[in-house]
Design a protein around this ligand. Structure first.
Ligand SMILES: Nc1ncnc2c1ncn2[C@@H]1O[C@H](COP(=O)(O)OP(=O)(O)OP(=O)(O)O)[C@@H](O)[C@H]1O
Length: 338
């Protein structure tokens, strides 16, 4: 794709604070119109990277262009391409929402004739256009404050909108409101946002970038990352019968199948996770194997797809192993319940 269709090109970006390497040799592209999720454990370097992309913080080394313009050489132009909401976005408590957005529109240099329409559009996209527009910011809930921050970020119709943790501290209803808002932005602006709510990112984003210890450890669509990090077949079964009989029947499927068996509430009922990293038999073959024994009854049978959370845990765990970090958490060989 030609450069002008690419919103962001980062190649080998690095940034240190004192002796601490916060961002290490980061390379990625974000195409025009994409909605991309930026994930990573606490301290992974997400905010630092987002600040570098906006031109607020200079990288120590590497190449970075935004909408085809080199960020170090055209910092002011680049700032006009980007709408940015920082993490823990500070807002003036005493101002009304509408006053604040008028003030911000002026600061951003939106021409007077277009200012009213720009503010109305931002209020509408962020669902602030009814009563909320007249409210004092200091009296707003966290969810509404985040929406004010996003309204500010999109006010000047930027080519790229960068949101650092737009869902932090929100209740599930407020998270859904932000999801709707991001959906409203599709087609109008390229969006890059960081979040710890992985289920939301999976629903909302075309693609994700996963950062760990300043390194990019994975990038792609959920499907691509699933194939890369957790390939194969996964099934979840509820089977009644003797534990040994269940194991005997499932072992006949072949050595590649990993069998995890957990007792259920009743003594003779078992919950079984089956994982085959190489795909193996389809569900029909497994069912056929189990029903050959008249002492087993299959109560439930379900093909399971790893979630983005499983992918995230596996990708970060793998990068800890590769770098020999002691501070490892447990990975997720089988999809987590959510
Ligand atoms: N201005 C700074 N001075 C010194 N160290 C910094 C500075 N900004 C960030 N760091 C360090 O760089 C690392 C990456 O921080 P960053 O805020 O980018 O991570 P993050 O992935 O956004 O984390 P979180 O999810 O907790 O917000 C951390 O170890 C942090 O302490």
């Amino acid at each position: 794709m030609p450069e002008k269709e690419t919103s962001i090109v980062a190649d080998g970006l690095s940034k240190s604070f004192g002796g601490h390497k916060a961002v290490r040799n980061l390379s990625f592209r974000i195409e025009k119109g994409e909605i991309v999720g930026f994930l990573g454990p606490n301290g992974a370097g997400k905010s630092t990277t987002l600040r570098i992309l906006t031109g607020i913080l200079p990288a120590d080394s590497g190449y970075l262009s935004v909408c085809g313009k080199s960020v170090p050489y055209h910092p002011d132009e680049v700032k006009n391409f980007i709408g940015y909401m920082p993490e823990n976005n500070p807002l003036p408590e005493h101002m009304r929402v509408i006053e604040y957005l008028r003030f911000r529109a002026q600061i951003k240099g939106i021409p007077l004739l277009r200012r009213k329409a720009a503010i109305e559009r931002a209020l509408e996209v962020c669902e602030l256009h009814r009563k909320a527009r007249r409210k004092i910011i200091g009296n707003l809930s966290k969810g509404f404050r985040q929406r004010v921050g996003i309204a500010d970020a999109i006010l000047a119709s930027p080519a790229i909108t960068i949101l650092d943790e737009p869902t932090i501290g929100l209740d599930p209803h407020q998270v859904i409101a932000i999801r709707r808002l991001l959906a409203n932005l599709r087609g109008e602006t390229t969006v890059l946002f960081s979040s710890h709510i992985l289920s939301e990112v999976e629903i909302t984003c075309d693609r994700v970038l996963i950062l760990n210890q300043g390194r990019l450890v994975a990038q792609g669509t959920s499907d691509e990352l699933r194939k890369q990090f957790l390939p194969g077949s996964r099934y979840r079964l509820e089977v009644s019968g003797g534990r040994q009989e269940i194991m005997d029947a499932l072992r006949k499927l072949g050595d590649l199948w990993e069998i995890q068996i957990h007792p259920q509430s009743q003594e003779d009922s078992f919950s079984v996770n089956l994982v085959n990293p190489k795909n193996g038999q389809n569900g029909e073959g497994i069912l056929r194997q189990l029903i050959q024994s008249d002492r087993l009854a299959v109560r439930q049978f379900q093909a399971v797809q790893p979630s983005l959370e499983d992918i995230f845990l596996t990708a970060t765990q793998r990068s800890w192993e590769l770098t020999g970090d002691e501070n490892k958490e447990t990975g997720a060989p089988f999809p987590t319940d959510s």
